[in-house]
Design a binder for this molecule. Structure first.
Ligand code: EPU
Length: 427
């Protein structure tokens, strides 16, 4: 099993280039199922989750080739697999990654009968798909569950001027429904939609296909799909990964270093940047750059994770690692996922002082984190542990790092270039 060996205590300094966004690349790759045209996607990160998505869309009839380090070319090569008249997205592929449930919307845009395996829960929560399903129902799709599959049958036309109101601004449900509606040539309004930059990126990609979308990035989205997409090849550049960028900003803070981040969109991190500035970190932004400098001891700040534009749940573990090292205390409240404190137990093994009360963690800073052998439970928890280990005294060993390979491109290479002492070993 592969593990990271990290020797803490080295300040990170230098320049790092941020990769394309994982959570934008996945839905956009799935959205290529909507068109038979060639799609060229730039700024796609080479990650496990991207590989999984490629396997899924290849199973459903696409051919996908890496043209260079970060460019994918997607072409049509066959047709989707059918079983008794249903196009099937099988469990073997869907179970690997929850985001794959997004194929439902794209497939329902193309076919009348679709079976998608239900992805099941994961370490951070139960993660139901009721919001997706209720919206599909309102849009005239019948469904039932059979042998772990959600079986969808398009029975009725989408009612004229439909208005869908989500009970919660789910990122995945917003993306799934946008994909489904991209071929329905009448206006549908989505209320309480997710405004994450990744949703906007998918909307921009769909617009390139010819879909009319207004309001992406706000809570109200109006979409008018089109029967026939543009006939030319599509070329699109995915947004930078704001969570990877946030992770490196916190890495500079926790190691008391100085980093320049390139290929970033600072606006996507406004809330996080303001919070860290408030704690005393120097952060300057330019077009596609963020400059971070630790100048003086930082002060802990409370945070509550919430949907965009507020503090992202995907940076909560990394932020907690930083708070563990500051003098004083703060409260971190997780409202997005019900079980996203699995890193706490591991941080305690590194000498942190954290008390969890339901969805709140009270973090009391300690003089120094200490190295330990720790285990990654999920992608972002893993990032939190890597940062903690970079700041800790001594040599830490981090296992189950395959979670990190799902979402951080060339992590050890980037940290090493910044002067961090990190090695991948197989034992
Ligand atoms: N939820 C429901 N019912 C639904 C859908 C969601 O109860 O039908 C709940 C979820 O269980 C969760 C909350 O609503 O508690 C938020 O879920 P959402 O649908 O917004 O998230 P997602 O689409 O499943 C994406 C990202 C996550 C990120 C969340 C929140 C992708 C592939 N994943 O998940 O990223 O944490 O939005 O911003 O885009 C990660 O990258 O590590 C990661 C987990």
């Amino acid at each position: 099993m592969e593990k990271y060996i990290i020797e803490g205590g080295y300040k990170l300094h230098g320049k790092v280039s941020i990769s394309g966004s994982k959570n934008a690349s996945l839905p956009i790759l799935i959205a290529t199922l909507l068109t038979d045209n060639k799609v060229i996607l730039h700024n796609v990160p080479k990650l496990k989750d991207v590989d999984t998505t490629i396997s899924i869309i290849e199973f459903l009839g696409k051919k996908v080739v890496w043209k260079d380090e970060s460019t994918l070319v997607v072409t049509q090569s066959g047709t989707a697999y059918k079983e008794k008249g249903f196009v099937v997205a099988p469990y073997e592929l869907i179970k690997k990654m929850r985001a794959s449930f997004l194929v439902s919307g794209a497939l329902l845009a193309n076919y009348n009968k679709v079976k998608t395996a239900l992805p099941g829960g994961c370490a951070i929560g139960v993660r139901p798909v009721d919001i997706h399903i209720k919206a599909f129902e309102q849009l005239g799709i019948e469904h039932y569950i059979e042998s772990g599959y959600e079986v969808f049958i398009k029975k009725k036309r989408v009612p004229k001027n439909s208005v869908i109101k989500f009970r919660y601004p789910s990122v995945g449900a917003t993306e799934n429904i946008l994909m489904f509606l991209s071929k329905i040539p009448q206006q549908v309004t989505i209320l309480n939609a997710a405004c994450e930059p990744e949703v906007v990126d998918l909307a921009n990609f769909l617009k390139k296909l010819g879909v009319q979308i207004e309001g992406a990035g706000s809570r109200t989205i109006k979409i008018v799909g089109c029967k026939k997409f543009t006939s030319s090849d599509i070329e699109y550049t995915v947004i930078p990964d704001r969570i990877e960028a946030g992770t490196f900003i916190i890495a500079a803070a926790i190691t008391k270093g100085e980093i320049e981040l390139n290929n970033v969109e600072p606006q996507h991190l406004t809330f996080v940047i303001n919070k860290l500035r408030k704690s005393g970190l120097v952060i300057e932004t330019e077009n596609n750059k963020i400059y971070v400098l630790w100048k003086k001891s930082l002060k802990p700040q409370n945070i509550t994770t919430r949907p965009y534009p507020y503090f992202p749940t995907d940076l909560q573990a990394q932020y907690m690692a930083l708070m563990c090292t500051l003098k004083g205390s703060c409260v971190i409240k997780e409202t997005v996922f019900e079980n996203r404190f699995l890193h706490v137990g591991e941080l305690l093994r590194m000498g942190a002082n954290i008390v969890v009360e339901g969805r709140k963690a009270i973090v009391f800073g300690v003089e120094k984190l200490k190295s330990a052998e720790v285990m990654v439970s999920d992608l972002r928890a893993g990032a939190g542990l890597v940062l903690a280990a970079l700041a800790a005294e001594g040599v830490s060993k981090i296992s189950h790092i395959y979670h990190l390979d799902r979402g951080y491109e060339k992590l050890e290479e980037k940290i090493s270039l910044l002067g961090g002492k990190i090695k991948r070993i197989d034992e």
